[in-house]
Design a protein. Structure first.
Length: 80
């Protein structure tokens, strides 16, 4: 997903819609949910272990973080 930021056909579209991308696509998937908080409060060690293990798998959160990193690099002046 993050690779599309570098493609010329998508780059201009993403640049003109950065705020929408962030608000509608990135932020909802990287935000901590109430479920995350509850799981952490119930079993902090298990939550952290699972979170670290998931960081190696393909999750929506991981892909959105990659997209955000690519957007930050490509559009650094627009994202300030």
């Amino acid at each position: 997903m993050g690779d599309c930021v570098s493609l010329p056909n998508y780059s201009d579209f993403i640049r003109t819609n950065l705020q929408s991308f962030f608000q509608l696509l990135v932020l909802p998937f990287i935000s901590i949910t109430q479920q995350d908080i509850d799981e952490y409060e119930d079993e902090p060690e298990t939550y952290i272990k699972n979170d670290l293990e998931e960081s190696e798998s393909d999750t929506r959160r991981k892909h959105c973080m990659k997209l955000l990193q690519q957007m930050s690099r490509k559009f650094s002046s627009e994202m300030q």
